[in-house]
Every structure is written in C-alpha cells, then in structure tokens.
Design a protein around this ligand. Structure first.
Ligand code: BG6
Length: 514
C-alpha cells in the first residue's frame, strides 16, 4: 500500500489498481495451491488479470497452479477463460466487467501452468522446486486444516529458503485458527519454518478501497482526528450485515459460526482502522504495531456482552428462505450462530468509556457493511423548547459496501423565518468522485505481497490478540447454547441484539437507512 495525493487532478480522476505511479512487481512465480478451487477462479485470477491490465506485473511473472485434481495446463486455462467470460454476463458477479480485454487475458493465459500434485506428499511438493528458478510466492488457497502441514512441507522440501534478492513468501488465507489455542499453535508452526516477514496472513476486508480509505480519511485530513476520541464520541457501531445465507457452505459454516467467521478477522480489521492511534509512518511494522497496541487495550469480552442468533425460515428481498437448520451440511438441531452482536471496551486514553458495538449476521433484511461513529450531543441545548432539542446527534458513517464513501448526519437550519433545524446528510460517494474500475479487492493485496509490503496483512501478534479478546465468549458458548436466539430470515437480527444496546440507552443504526 502506498499513499500519494494527486492534488492536480480534476474532481473525477482515474485510479489505477493499485495506486497510480506504481511500478511492476519484481519477477516471480505465484504458486497457487488449490488452483481448481473457487477462490482461485472467482478472485485470484480476475485480480491478476486486472494487475496485468494495469501493467503491474513483470514480463517474467508466472502462475503455477497446483491441485490434486487430474488435468493439464490447457484444461485449466480453458476453464479459467470460461469463468472470465461468465463474469461479463452476470452483473451481480463479484467481478462484473462488460468485456474481457483480450490483450490482458492472453498476457495472463500465456503464463499459466498447471501441475497435478498431492500437497500432502513431500516428494511431490519437493518436485515443484524444479519449476521455481527464482523468487516465489506460495498462495495457500486450500482449506485451513492444511495450512500448518503445507507450510511444514514447503520447509522440508527446501522451498522456503531465500538467497540474496530472491524471496520466498507464503500467503495464508483465513480462518487462521479457530480459537486462541489453535491460532497460537498455527503461528508457532509456521514461524518454526518461516520468518515473520515471509508470512502474509490475508484478510480480504483490507483489500477493499473503502476500508483503506479509513486510514486516508483519518490521517490524511485534519478535520476528523481532533474529534476522534472519548471527549466527543458517544459510541461506535461496526456492522457487517448480509442478506445471503450460508448457501452451499454449510459444511464449512457449521463448525465455524458467525463469530469465528467474521469477528476476530474482518470486524476487528475495521475496528483497528477506526480506533488505532496514528502510526508514525505507513511502514508495515509501524502500522501493525499500532494495531497491536489497540488490540492489547481491548478488554476480553464478557460473555454477557455477547448475543448470538440463528436464522429460521423467512423472506429476504421477496424470496422465501429456508431455515439455517435446513441447509445442506447443517445439523437439524444445530446451535451454530449465524448472527453475533458484541460490546467491546477499549481501555486506553482515547477510547476509555466509549463502547464499540459489533454485529454481523446472515440472511438479514439489509446488506450493508459500515462503521457508524456517533458523537455526543452539543453540551448546551440553545434551541431548548423547540423541536430542535430532540434532533439526533451527529453521526459519521463510513460506508464500506454496497454504498462506498462517507456520510455525515448533521443538523441544518430549515429555510424559513423560524430557527428550525432539520437532520440532513452530507455525502461523499466513490462513484461520484472517481472513475471506478471493476476489481475484486485482491488486486492491492496481491500486488503488495509481490512487492513485499506487509502493511495490509496480519502479524502473528495481531491474530493472537484478536482471538484473545473473543476467547471468553467462545468458551462460554461451548459450555451451553441456552442463550441462542432465533430470528426469521429477513429480520434485523435477534431481539437480544437490540436489548444489548437498549440497556445502555442506545439503539442500532437502522439497516435500511441509506
Ligand atoms: C468471508 C466469510 O470471509 O467474508 C463469508 O467467510 C462472508 O461468510 C464474507 O460472507 C464477506 O465478505 P464480503 O467481502 O462479501 O463482505
């Protein structure tokens, strides 16, 4: 990630992916374990295609796809080409583009090579070495149970040693562990093979422009930062509400649940961007240290500050939705939560006394990922006795998706002879200011990894600290599921989530507000 400020450009500027002015990444081979998987075709290959189109990959860049499925390079390439064409027909696809640029696609296609290999077999992994003459990035797009053993095998096969400028890096997808103990053990295992600087623990939320923009907004402007503290902020809400259910992912979701799937990773990343102290620079270590200091100030969550729910049958966007328990791969008496709401206390000077409420859920009535910073009311109500005294407090809403931008809610004088205030919104929307290019959010992350910039990736201590915060809740929930509530698909969540805020005299920002 690099920051530049283009003050000469007009209001609408064209943004390359990643930042304009970037140079092609150094030559290397990207080895994708799990080449036949969903992640590869839906996200990694489109991201590489976009990077190729932006001229950000070196002429000697190569992609080596590794998977157990029998097949050859031509078959793999044709399958990927077909998926790319499908994107042009589906406006709702994660990567919708009206047409595939033949030049950029053939640039990628020429560099694809497929190898059928069993990555639990040391000899087969060792054999990959012959195809890796120089630098390499190993991307583990495989189920999480293979992370530790695959890294161990890469080490045993001698594929992780670096010499001179030649680098060897490993990208590890989420989930990184399933609780504090397993995350610590996995960290220990990978750190016994690799140096921390070789490890890129990915969280795709950090690839979102709007998430990175939180840093730009907070630290590239002066007007927000003075207000960003307990003197002025009443509380913060972090929401990742989804309308989709578990779809075909029951087998993964059933032992995972909403808390593990979303909180110590995605929601904590949003929390870190919003709440960390200004880092002294944007170097990877400085930013990750600032996050670590924040995470260490989070009080381990009291299970009484956590609410869980599971969706039953209902209607989402006029479509009937079956209960979670009726999904494929899910037990009929499942107690897995599809919704979680939590209250975080941050024991540091800036945020002491300011609760952070986090919520995420599936099959909800609205889709929105956002951060709502709610400010305190003005100290003196000079408009006492008028309706204006009842106006809502100021809110700043960081719109992550589907709306992308920033919304400020404030009072403004209603035209007319009386001093009458109305609640209005000031809005910045990405699409109004920039000419947005279709992207999948992995472009910056892949480019950063290829160029050795780990700013947007998790360090071992960040991962462990996030699990430490949620661990008391996981432990309490494992004891008994008595507190599990049910909500109909299409609702805003279980009643307990509203009660969590109501007992503090607060309410969630509505899910249907724009
Ligand atoms: C994934 C979770 O990491 O993030 C999914 O496993 C979730 O359950 C997804 O739907 C949300 O990501 P996004 O980018 O669609 O908001």
């Amino acid at each position: 990630m690099s920051f530049s400020r283009d003050i000469s450009s007009p209001a609408r500027s064209r943004h390359a992916i990643p930042p304009s002015g970037s140079h092609p990444a150094p030559p290397c081979t990207l080895v994708i374990f799990g080449a036949r998987g969903d992640l590869t075709k839906r996200l990694l290959i489109p991201a590489l295609y976009n990077l190729a189109g932006s001229g950000l990959l070196d002429a000697q860049f190569r992609i080596l796809g590794v998977d157990r499925t029998p097949g050859d390079t031509a078959g793999w390439r044709d399958g990927l080409a077909a998926t790319m064409q499908e994107f042009t027909r589906d406006r709702n696809a994660e990567f919708y583009t009206p047409q595939i640029d033949p030049g950029a696609w053939s640039w990628i296609a020429e560099r694809l090579e497929y190898v059928q290999a069993d990555f639990s077999d040391l000899e087969q992994v060792r054999a990959l070495g012959a195809r890796l003459p120089g630098s390499a990035v190993f991307y583990l797009a495989v189920p999480s149970r293979f992370f530790g053993s695959l890294v161990a095998m890469l080490g045993q096969a001698g594929l992780t040693s670096e010499q001179g400028d030649m680098f060897r890096r490993v990208v590890i997808e989420k989930p990184f562990g399933s609780d504090l103990a397993t995350a610590r053990a996995l960290n220990q295992q990978v750190l016994s093979v690799l140096d921390e600087r070789q490890i890129y623990r990915i969280d795709h939320f950090l690839g979102k422009e709007t998430v990175q923009n939180i840093l730009a907004m907070r630290f590239g402007n002066l007007i927000f930062e003075p207000l960003w503290r307990n003197e002025y902020v009443d509380h913060v809400q972090i929401t990742a509400a989804e309308t989709i259910g578990v779809e075909q992912r029951g087998a993964f979701y059933e032992p995972t649940g909403a808390l593990r799937d979303m909180v110590p990773n995605h929601l904590f990343q949003l929390f870190a961007m919003v709440a960390m102290e200004p880092p002294a620079s944007f170097s990877a270590e400085t930013v990750r240290t600032a996050k670590e200091q924040l995470f260490e100030s989070v009080r381990p969550i009291d299970p009484r500050d956590a609410v869980r729910g599971q969706y039953g049958t209902g209607v989402v966007a006029d479509r009937p939705v079956a209960a979670y328990r009726d999904s494929a791969g899910v037990a009929k008496d499942s107690v897995t939560e599809t919704y979680v709401a939590l209250k975080l206390h941050v024991d540091n000077w800036r945020w002491s006394g300011v609760p952070f409420y986090l919520r995420t859920g599936k099959s909800l009535g609205g889709r929105r990922t956002e951060v709502v910073v709610q400010f305190k009311k003005p100290p003196v109500a000079i408009f006492r006795g008028t309706e204006t005294a009842a106006l809502p407090p100021n809110r700043m809403i960081v719109n992550i998706q589907p709306a992308q931008g920033l919304t400020i809610e404030m009072g403004a004088k209603r035209p007319g002879p009386a001093m009458d205030l109305a609640d209005v919104q000031v809005r910045f929307r990405y699409e109004d200011a920039f000419d947005l290019q279709p992207n999948v959010g992995y472009e910056t992350l892949l480019y950063d990894c290829l160029t050795g910039d780990a700013t947007l990736f998790q360090r071992a201590d960040n991962i462990n600290a996030a699990w430490t915060a949620v661990d008391p809740v996981l432990q309490a929930w494992a004891q008994s599921a008595q507190d599990l509530e049910f909500y109909p698909a299409g609702a805003t969540g279980p009643a307990g989530a509203d009660a969590l805020l109501a007992r503090d005299g607060r309410a969630w920002y509505p899910l249907d507000q724009t």
